[in-house]
Ligand binder design. Structure first.
Ligand code: PLP
Length: 354
């Protein structure tokens, strides 16, 4: 793939690495590549960060033909930058795209585009402990066409945002609300894809949870509202007795997280029993009442591991692990962040360093 590079003539001042937060600052450059039916992916380019030229009739604006990925470049003490399992994000954007009738994007193109852009923006990779450069690749249907049909034109774009430590004061347990009115995904739907539409449909429950004093929603299945699905933008795991239990991906309603898969592989490697299966909210409530629910945590690229200190289901509130970080949660967090930031041995060969 040929990528043309046009450097900005007006580089921005770097933000204070101590005050990055999430998604507030964007780097000097972005990657864009067009897709035209009949021609394929063309004109890969890195250009100064700028607003898009978009026809008001662009399909993505009307029918939500948009998918995205979320990944990070991690700064290492050794001066190297590391990507974590980028080929898995490439494979996933194609599973999302296939569901929305979007064109296939060769995986090596995806990885090369990410790597080249991050390399151009090396100075934007923050260097403080636990900071990272958040990477947001996405594809939009940009054909101007109000008729509802499969689009002929798309853009694959990557933007980068330096991000602060997710837990500046150490791992902090969150309170989660079990949503039993709205649903996120149904069998046959788009739950397994990372598409903007899933987030649009989820917003109202997120707002409701916030109003009730909870930071995230735990979704139930879309049919019976009986089985645990996933959290807002994270997969969910429980420690029941000494086993890790997490919903299986069989019915296509759950986003297959790269972090989820990594945590399961690490836990198995340590000899911890892992079970991917259906878990009813009643089973979970019983385990909580009898003291067998020892830990719960969400997994996702943003937070890596997010301990759950409290679950509310209908009118019952379950405090998990005394609202403290559990042993498994901490151990998994330390191991995975250790690999990502290049502090621990990467025995699975997950990182790509450059
Ligand atoms: C992105 C995402 C996740 C987490 O996936 P990771 O690959 O681990 O970052 C989980 N659930 C939803 C709905 C997501 O969009």
């Amino acid at each position: 793939m040929q990528i043309s590079i046009t450097k900005t003539t007006a580089p921005k001042a770097k933000p204070d690495w101590n005050k990055l937060g999430f998604g507030k600052y964007y780097t000097d450059h972005m990657f864009i590549m067009d897709y035209v039916a009949g021609e394929g992916w063309i004109d890969a380019r890195i250009v100064p960060y700028q607003p898009l030229q978009l026809d008001p009739a662009a399909i993505c604006l009307h029918y939500g033909i948009e998918i995205f990925e979320g990944m990070k470049a991690y700064p290492g003490k050794d001066g190297k930058v590391r990507l974590f399992r980028p080929a898995d994000n490439a494979a996933r954007i194609n599973r999302s795209g296939a569901r929305l009738c979007m064109p296939h994007l060769p995986e090596e193109m995806f990885v090369e585009a990410v790597k080249t852009l991050v390399d151009v923006e090396r100075e934007w990779v923050p260097t403080l402990p636990d900071t990272s450069l958040y990477i947001r690749p996405f594809i939009i249907a940009n054909e101007a066409q109000l008729g509802v049909h499969v689009a002929n034109r798309y853009q694959f774009i990557i933007i980068l945002s330096p991000s602060g430590a997710y837990y500046p004061e150490g791992l902090n347990p969150v309170k989660i609300y079990v949503e039993d009115e709205y649903v996120r995904a149904v069998r046959g739907g788009t739950g397994f894809t990372k598409c903007g539409g899933n987030y649009a449909a989820a917003m109202i429950a997120q707002q409701k949870a916030h109003e009730l004093g909870y930071s995230q929603v735990l979704w139930l299945d879309g049919v019976e509202r009986k089985y645990i699905n996933e959290v807002g933008a994270m997969n969910i795991m429980f420690r029941i007795d000494d086993e890790i239990v997490t919903p299986d991906l069989e019915d296509g309603t759950i986003l297959p997280g790269v972090t989820r898969d990594s945590v399961l592989k690490i836990a198995k490697d340590w000899g911890i029993a892992v079970s991917e299966r259906r878990i009813s909210v009643e089973e979970l409530a019983d385990a909580a009442r009898s003291g067998r629910l020892k830990e719960a945590w969400g997994t996702g690229t943003a937070a890596v591991v997010s301990p759950v200190g409290e679950l509310r289901y209908e009118d019952e509130v379950f405090v998990i692990g005394g609202g403290q970080i559990g042993e498994y949660t901490q151990r998994i967090y330390d191991e995975l962040t250790g690999i990502q930031w290049g502090k621990r041995e990467d025995k699975f060969g997950w990182t790509m360093e450059f």
